[in-house]
Design a protein around this ligand. Structure first.
Ligand code: MG
Length: 420
């Protein structure tokens, strides 16, 4: 094939698989010689040639490989594990197949005579298999990809004497848009997705931070809203919107008796909240009078903070309880003075016409131990009383002043939005 004809193939490739210009032909061999190729060998079973491509780098869409064949042969893309896509010709039949997880699927086939070209392209989500006999490219079919980060591209032929001219590998743009998964799987009930849906949104990548050892605060996840990093109370206010009167210490702040409950300036709905606290090392009082504070989700639902190390109180009012409703599953309290952590997952209640249609739900880990697990809160919580729900929206996260010098540090929150 002369240069003019090669150019025509590239042009047709662009028109068939639209959108991206070909950036770079990284391998082209009109005579099918091995010059300049990094790894080129006979396939051991004698079925033909195996050309191991260089790292492709990246691919958005376009023609991946194409080859002209006179007799038998074809091209394939292998992504390891025996998974591959190929289009080849044998006895006048051109056939496209996909092999994945040991299963071979025929994507399409056609009868041709004389000289033909075959190619595999990529449209951003699928492999595309095409052949040309005469001057027209014809689509054999397309398949969901079998995983494509880098791949080995090759030529396979039963007859080395075949005209394998015009073999090329085309390098394209970055990997943006590559999808992994299946499209021939059943729909997942209650969702718009099929099982292993390649079009389902990818979870965002975050840096998860580090957990806190007892003596040093950890670091928050990269997507958290930091409410206290040890340096200032800028994210907090008192109940009237003024600067809080709680006292700053070295990397922590401390409740001051009669200074009042403090709250976040920002209101929150459903959240993951991490908060660390320490009861006073000087033990004073008993039952509810010892190291008492509290974390109020949406300003309303109290997860009790209290020194319940060697200190009994009513079960539904101890550390890790949902105050006035539900005791913790276990008492995981550390000794007074030691830092402790709550990890709280709180889901907002939902209301319709003033009535609750989905109750608030909460999970609490105390020092890494599950003490509340997916608990539906029956109504508003409080001291010596029960109350039905009243409709509310997002609220301030509050920390209770119960008259004890409880300390807090390393506070962060992640807003929980519906997943897809
Ligand atoms: Mg309390």
């Amino acid at each position: 094939m002369n240069k003019k004809a090669i150019f025509a193939v590239v042009t047709l490739g662009l028109s068939l698989i639209s959108g991206q210009a070909l950036n770079e032909i990284i391998f082209e061999d009109k005579d099918f010689s091995k010059d300049g190729w990094s790894d080129f060998r006979d396939i051991s079973n004698g079925a033909g040639w195996d050309v191991r491509s260089r790292e492709m780098g990246g691919l958005v869409q376009g023609v991946v490989q194409e080859v002209t064949i006179e007799g038998a042969g074809g091209v394939y893309l292998s992504t390891g594990g025996g998974n591959h896509a190929s289009v080849f010709r044998l006895d006048g039949t051109i056939r496209a197949i996909r092999v994945r997880d040991g299963q071979r699927t025929v994507i399409g086939e056609a009868e041709v005579s004389g000289k033909a070209e075959v190619r595999i392209g990529f449209d951003g989500a699928f492999f595309i298999y095409e052949y040309r006999s005469g001057d027209k490219w014809t689509r054999l079919g397309k398949s969901d990809i079998i995983g494509l980060v880098s791949y080995r591209g090759g030529i396979s032929t039963n007859n080395r004497a075949s005209d394998m001219s015009n073999y090329r590998v085309v390098k394209l743009d970055s990997l943006l848009g590559v999808r992994f998964g299946y499209t021939d799987t059943p729909k997942i009930p209650g969702t718009p997705w099929v099982v292993h849906d390649p079009f389902r949104p990818q979870p965002r990548q975050i840096n998860p931070g580090t957990i806190s050892p007892v003596n040093n605060p950890g670091t928050p996840p990269s997507d958290a809203i930091v409410l206290f990093d040890g340096t200032n109370l800028d994210a907090w206010e008192d109940g009237k919107g003024n600067a809080p009167k709680w006292k700053m210490g070295d990397g922590f702040f401390e409740c001051q008796k009669k200074s009042g409950t403090i709250r976040t300036k920002q209101k929150f709905g459903s959240v993951q909240l991490h908060i660390e606290w320490a009861a006073p090392s000087e033990v004073k009082g008993s039952s509810q009078g010892r190291g008492n504070s509290g974390v109020f989700l949406a300003g309303l639902y109290e997860v009790q903070v209290q020194d319940n190390y060697d200190n009994l109180t009513y079960p539904d009012g101890q550390a890790g309880s949902l105050y006035g409703f539900r005791p913790p599953r276990v008492n995981a309290t550390r000794p007074p003075g030691e830092w402790q952590a709550y990890d709280i997952i709180f889901e907002m209640p939902e209301f319709k016409d003033g009535k609750v249609v989905k109750k608030a739900r909460i999970t609490v880990l105390h020092n890494g131990v599950v003490v509340q697990h997916g608990v539906d809160i029956p109504g508003m919580l409080g001291h010596k009383r029960t109350r039905p729900y009243r409709e509310h929206g997002p609220g301030h996260i509050q920390l209770q002043d119960h008259g004890n010098p409880v300390r807090y540090r390393n506070i962060w929150v992640r807003e929980l939005k519906p997943t897809q």
